[in-house]
Structure formats: structure tokens, C-alpha cells
Design a protein around this ligand. Structure first.
Ligand SMILES: *Cc1c(COP(=O)(O)O)cnc(C)c1O
Length: 379
């Protein structure tokens, strides 16, 4: 019986060569040759003003929270339908988190619900780009600026995807990328903070390098470096940056392959949607996806459980996704579960992710689609 995993990194001999090169350099700490290469690549290809490689997207979000001066009792708005890091990064600074609902079309933050809930106390808004499809970033930035709130785009899933003419993560004050093993371009663990507002550039370097001005020293701007600020070790190892650089150089090849799989699923599952059995994902106009995920929406939770079991019996992995943060164990502790976020509550129970990675063949998409069709035929 064949087994089709949900996700799997795309690793080639080119990746191995760059890792070997890094090992041979004898310089595996951060901010060496490969960090510079990967950083320049992100800045040049995605038009980011300043990119800083970090150990994870979570750490990049934490840096953004420090840079914005988020303090005890400050209000920060995040979607409930996201990974916990979007909220915890700000909670570590003492923020009060306010959760908002999502749009049915993309499962991204709903600007109308944001507009209802934002106040003059709101210091930051942190939308995500679910499945590599952009949130309504222009609208979100307009709404935030009316309340003088800054936007931190959690573009963990949005690397190499666009909204109109802009690469995701490059429009608001901050963007955060993830290069975790499950993402489309990976360094095992890893991330980047995109600093799009010059005001924060200098301090971002201090905070990343343990509160020192090491980065200036490294560029030869000062003779020795010293302690100048608070900070932590938000630095990625050059060994990981070597893999990241190689993966980013392969970005078009990886995206092309994922797009083929996405389109094949879309084609093969079209008739099931036409018959009203399931809903396929949507990519609205003006957006270019990186095809990070492929998912379907079932009728309800029970149907999802049954379908998942049916797929599993045929060796096909599938998965639900985020448990809404406001009704999670932590959300209940915060009292956030008392509010109702209808789209989040409904859609999180209906979503089923299907295998998506570069090692999937067209015949496997056919096998998966046929298995889904068989399930609905039997119902
Ligand atoms: C993956 C992911 C994260 C966490 O990324 P790490 O690099 O593992 O810290 C945060 N937010 C979203 C939306 C994600 O998809």
C-alpha cells in the first residue's frame, strides 16, 4: 500500500552542495557568508527594504512586538484562525489579545470584523496569509492607520506570493516569514523579519544581536561592538542559511510544481463541487498564490472525520488545521471563548488539508481525488 504524506520538504543535490560548502567554511554561526546571500536574495527578489534572518517566524514576530514597544495591557488584534505564535509573540510583552473573525472566501482576517473591533487602544493588528493567499492587506492597513495601529503581517505561509504588485510581507511596517520544515521553502526551522519602515531598522539589528551593535561592527562602521539595547539571540545559524539560500534559489521550480498539483486537484475535484458535495479553495483576483496548501471544505465535522478515516484506510494522509485560538484551552483561560466568531467556528470544523508537496505525482492526485469521489458516491 502506498503512503502519501501531507507535506515533505523538497531536497536536491544542490541543497546538499550548499550545506557541504557551509560545513567546510568552518563558520557555522550566524551572519556569515550564507546569511548574507540569503538576506540579499530576499531583499532583491521580494523587494523587502531590510530582511533579517531569524531562528523562526515566531522569533521574527517577537522582534516586531519589541520594536513596536508593545507593553503591559496594550491591545493587539489577531485572527482566531491562526497558529498560536501570532498571538503569543505579543502576549510575551504583556498585550491583551482581541480575536476577530475570518472571511469565508479565503479564511483570512475579515476587514469588516476588524473595523467593528478596533479601538484607539489598539497598538497592532497581525493578519496572516492563509494557504499562501494574501489577506486584504490594503484594507487592513487603512483601517489600522485610522486608529494609529501598526500592522505586522504574519506571512509565515506567504513567501513567494503576491498581492497586486507586492510580494507578501513587504507592505506594512513588519512582515514575518517562516522556513519551518512544513513550509514551501525550508531551512528545517527558520524565519525572517522584514523591516519595511526605516524607523525600525537600526534597533532591529540591535535586538537581534543580543542588544549589541555587532552588525555595525561587522560592516566595518565601528571599531568594536558593545551593549546598546535590550535583545536576544534572534540569529539563524549559517548552516541553516546555506540550505535556505539554496531553497530560495529554487523558488520558481518549487512553486511551478506546487501550482501543477494545485491545478490538478482543482480540475479533478470540480465535479464534486458542482454537485454540492464540497468546496475547493479560492484565490481572489489581484492575488498570486504560492500554492502552500490544498484544502477542501466538507459539509460538517462528522463528514470530515469520516472522509479522513476513508482516506487514511487507503494510505492517504489528510489533516484538519487550526483549532480556533479563542476556544482553545488557552483561549478559555483568557475568557475569549465567550464571544462568537461564527465563520472561524464553522470553517475550522469543515476544513480538510490534502497532501501538497513537490514529490506528488499527477497519478497520486488522481488516486486521492478518486478516493474522495468514492467516499461521496457511497454516502
Ligand atoms: C508556521 C506558522 C507560524 C510559525 O512559524 P515558525 O517558523 O515555526 O515559528 C506562525 N504563523 C503562521 C500563520 C504559520 O503558518
Amino acid at each position: 500500500m502506498m503512503n502519501i504524506p501531507l507535506s515533505k520538504p523538497s531536497i536536491t543535490d544542490q541543497d546538499r552542495t550548499h550545506i557541504e560548502n557551509s560545513l567546510e567554511s568552518g563558520n557555522l554561526a550566524g551572519d556569515r557568508e550564507y546569511t548574507e546571500k540569503a538576506t540579499n536574495f530576499i531583499e532583491d527578489n521580494f523587494g523587502a527594504k531590510k530582511a533579517l534572518l531569524t531562528p523562526s517566524c515566531t522569533h521574527a514576530l517577537e522582534m516586531a512586538a519589541i520594536l513596536l514597544g508593545i507593553d503591559e495591557g496594550d491591545e493587539v488584534i489577531v485572527p482566531s484562525y491562526t497558529f498560536p505564535s501570532t498571538a503569543t509573540a505579543f502576549m510575551l510583552r504583556g498585550a491583551n489579545i482581541k480575536f476577530v473573525d475570518i472571511k469565508r472566501e479565503t479564511l483570512n482576517i475579515d476587514p469588516q470584523d476588524l473595523e467593528r473591533k478596533i479601538t484607539d487602544e489598539t497598538k497592532a493588528v497581525a493578519p496572516i496569509d492563509y494557504a499562501g493567499v494574501s489577506c486584504e492587506i490594503d484594507e487592513i492597513m487603512d483601517i489600522a492607520s485610522e486608529s494609529n495601529a501598526k500592522v505586522v503581517e504574519d506571512a509565515a505561509q506567504g513567501v513567494n506570493a503576491k498581492y497586486k504588485d507586492s510580494w507578501l510581507g513587504t507592505k506594512p511596517a513588519f512582515g514575518a516569514y517562516s522556513f519551518h520544515n512544513t513550509k514551501s521553502y525550508t531551512s528545517g526551522e527558520g524565519g525572517a523579519l522584514l523591516v519595511n519602515d526605516e524607523e525600525y531598522e537600526e534597533r532591529a539589528e540591535f535586538i537581534r544581536q543580543k542588544g549589541t551593535n555587532y552588525s555595525k561592527f561587522k560592516r566595518g562602521e565601528i571599531e568594536k561592538y558593545e551593549w546598546v539595547d535590550i535583545g536576544s539571540s534572534y540569529v539563524m545559524s549559517d548552516l541553516q542559511a546555506a540550505l535556505l539560500y539554496s531553497q530560495l534559489k529554487r523558488k520558481d521550480e518549487i512553486k511551478r510544481k506546487r501550482k501543477q498539483i494545485y491545478q490538478e486537484y482543482n480540475k479533478q475535484l470540480a465535479s464534486l463541487e458542482e454537485k454540492g458535495y464540497l468546496r475547493r479553495p479560492r484565490i481572489p483576483d489581484n492575488r498570486e498564490s504560492n500554492y502552500h496548501l490544498y484544502y477542501i471544505l466538507t459539509e460538517d465535522k462528522k463528514e470530515r472525520t469520516d472522509l479522513q478515516k476513508h482516506l487514511s484506510e487507503k494510505g492517504i494522509s489528510s489533516a484538519q488545521h487550526y483549532e480556533p485560538l479563542h476556544t482553545s484551552k488557552m483561549g478559555k483561560k483568557m475568557g475569549a471563548h465567550k464571544q462568537s466568531l461564527p465563520n472561524t467556528e464553522e470553517l475550522s470544523k469543515r476544513i480538510l488539508r490534502l497532501p501538497m508537496h513537490t514529490n506528488i505525482e499527477k497519478t497520486q492526485v488522481t488516486k486521492i481525488s478518486n478516493t474522495i469521489e468514492e467516499f461521496y458516491r457511497r454516502k
